[in-house]
Design a protein around this ligand. Sequence first.
Ligand code: 13P
Ligand code: SF4
Length: 314
Amino acid sequence: MTDYAELIKRIKELKREKNAIILGHNYMDYAVQLVSDFTGDSYDLAVKAMKTNADIIVFAGVYFMAEQAAALNQDKLVLSPDPKAGCTLSDALDVETLKKFKEEYPNAPVVLYINTSIYAKALADYIVTSSTAVKIVKALDSDIVLFGPDANLANYVEKKTGKKIIKVPPNGRCLVHASYVKQFVEMARKKYPNAVLMAHPESPLEILEAADFVGSTNQMIKFAKESKYKEFIVATEIGMLNALKLQVPDKVFYPLISTESCACARCPYMAMITLDKIKNSLENEVTKVIVPKDVAEKAKEAFERTMKLLEKLS
Ligand code: 13P
Ligand code: SF4
């Protein structure tokens, strides 16, 4: 049987010894969130990676997130506890497809969701997250925008900005959020009549239209903290309930759909990051995330351009 107290103690020792930090995504297991130095959404963690003085960053999240941290921190050692932790969105867009769309629409800015490989990001003008996509696209001096790889987020951005969004590819989807259907909302509303519904913008438009609040995982935490409501139905990956319970302990959270009712509730890739693998990662300094310098530089430029525009807009 795993001795979790011992495992957590060892991870903390290793962090001190090696001047390492753990960045944990909001979807991580409860115990992984407890050993993380920072938890957050993908934008927040990318910024944290840029600001840290640590020598080693262990990225407790899926691979594209670790890759992004490595690109932004060429002088640091970035470790992925399991590099096979992929993402259906990131897998949906390959560099060749992106190049073809760029050739077809040479004047359209390329806005990529952070859930992409670093090689695709190196070809982007802007890199957005669910918390910044609408703001950035609205601010661009173009009525037509190439946007990928999430088709649901693209639909949402199109609705919110009124611009023509060309989806690259036409049908990229997150395996969790794309499984949500209106019936899940009807069932949850019936079961929890006093709860308000928060939804992640990777969900289909019909879910977003039925929601009381739409936002990234960090924006959900902020909304729940500041809201006068006490109960919330959470339409995003079920690990999010860990972050909400830890950070908003005085309120009650229900999943839109449970893991018993639908395997789609939990992202199988996020679930691959465990305490054991984090300990192994720190102990043996594996798996090093290597991004070629020229690719990292180009992706970093797009990320910094986006940050600069966000600063201007705030
Ligand atoms: P956030 O940026 O909102 O944390 O979302 C990341 C993600 O992978 C959603 O499925
Ligand atoms: Fe990718 Fe969806 Fe998993 Fe997030 S929840 S990592 S978007 S597959």
